[in-house]
Design a binder for this molecule. Structure first.
Ligand SMILES: [Zn+2]
Ligand SMILES: [Zn+2]
Length: 373
């Protein structure tokens, strides 16, 4: 599969250095040897939208497209972006580099399971229980299969950002992630009733109750129903607090939603809101102020908060982190610690689903999608 990497940045100059095996350099059909130990190539965008390629300090030329191909599949390159300057990343697989929309576009050609190891680590971190990693791997594979046409116009399947799934590095920390991906290789999640691929949504922490999908987006999804999740309420991201100046809060509500500030009832409670169960709207539905808009505007961790006035501020006491739809990662980790199997975890967060591992079924149901095995 083809993954756009560094897509969050307008890359002008980047170096690709030897890590653990040699890579062949091919540019516009010409071969230029290989990147050997202690060597690197640099790739710079030129003013006429070509890639200036150097091997160390030696200029090789200006090309439309550069390919870097590993001589063995598990070799990786160390990528050091210089303009802008970014933290080093390591990726396995092959690479195509060209200029698009005024910056370098790097496409990583990688097999699904190697990609997933990078995703599971980027999205879940190191040191988590094995059955959680398996559940995350199945969800992330399902998501990748289902959304593989998201970037068709740009010439790749998925990007490396949260827009698709975070893929910030090859696997670095724990063999458990590789074990989990290999143990669930080829597995994806479908709805029991009709065999359709599930939307593999997930979030960091639901705050003790998952969201109604229509509170966050505009539709509902039958296998994603709100329920109380007791597994995530004592975990690191279970609660949060934020203070916002009253004036800012009021200005947003009045200017954007015509909050009835002079109304004798509503005017006096503008800073008071209780949310014991997840709601869709601030204070009262008929005011028409969606919590998702408040969350987006004030950059809150979740919509699941209560608030009260204190001095010049309104104090928000919140629960959870993320949109609250699909698998709650911290809940899933706790379930795994308590001994639940990954299929039980998936069936808890997605109702009426099953794990499938059948290519014929996938082709039959979704002829436009590839499993990328
Ligand atoms: Zn994307
Ligand atoms: Zn939860």
């Amino acid at each position: 599969m083809r993954v756009g990497v560094f897509t969050a940045y307008k890359l002008q100059l980047i170096e690709a250095a030897y890590h653990n095996g040699s890579f062949l350099i091919v540019a516009d059909g010409q071969s230029f040897g290989a990147i050997l130990p202690n060597e690197f190539v640099s790739l710079r965008k030129t003013s006429d939208a070509k890639v200036e390629l150097k091997h160390g300090v030696k200029l090789l030329g200006r090309f439309r497209e550069v390919h870097l191909k590993p001589t063995k599949t598990n070799f990786a390159l160390r990528w050091r972006a210089m303009q802008p300057s970014l933290k080093e990343r390591r990726y396995q697989g092959a690479f195509n580099i060209k200029v698009k929309n005024g910056h370098l576009l790097i496409i990583n050609e990688v097999d699904m399971d190697t990609y997933l190891m990078g995703v599971v680590e980027s999205e879940g971190g190191g040191g988590k229980p094995l059955e959680y990693y398996k559940a995350q791997a199945v969800i992330s594979r399902t998501y990748a299969i289902k959304h593989q046409n998201k970037h068709a116009k740009e010439g790749y399947h998925l990007c490396d950002q949260v827009h698709c799934q975070a893929y910030h590095n090859m696997l670095r920390f724990t063999d458990d992630i590789a074990t989990a991906v290999n143990a669930t290789s080829g597995s994806y999640l479908v709805q029991k009733q009709n065999g359709e691929l599930v939307d593999g949504y997930f979030h960091a922490n639901c705050g003790g109750q998952t969201s109604q999908v229509s509170y966050v987006w505009n539709n509902d999804i039958p296998y994603l129903i709100p329920f109380k999740d007791p597994f995530c309420t004592h975990t690191p991201q279970a609660t949060w607090e934020k203070r916002i100046p009253k004036l800012e809060w009021q200005k947003f509500l009045v200017n954007k939603y015509h909050y009835p500030i002079h109304d004798p009832i509503y005017g006096s409670v503008i800073f008071n809101f209780e949310q014991n169960e997840r709601k869709a709207f601030y204070i009262s539905p008929h005011l028409g102020i969606p919590l998702r808009d408040i969350r987006a505007h004030f950059n809150l961790r979740s919509t699941f908060f209560s608030c009260y006035p204190d001095g010049n501020d309104v104090v928000l006491k919140g629960r959870g982190y993320g949109h609250g739809i699909g698998m709650c990662q911290e809940g899933a980790m706790e379930m795994a610690r308590q001994g639940f199997h990954f299929e039980q975890i998936l069936n808890y967060y997605f109702r009426g689903v099953k794990v499938e591992n059948d290519l014929y079924h996938l082709h039959f149901r979704h002829p436009n999608l590839q499993p990328f095995e």
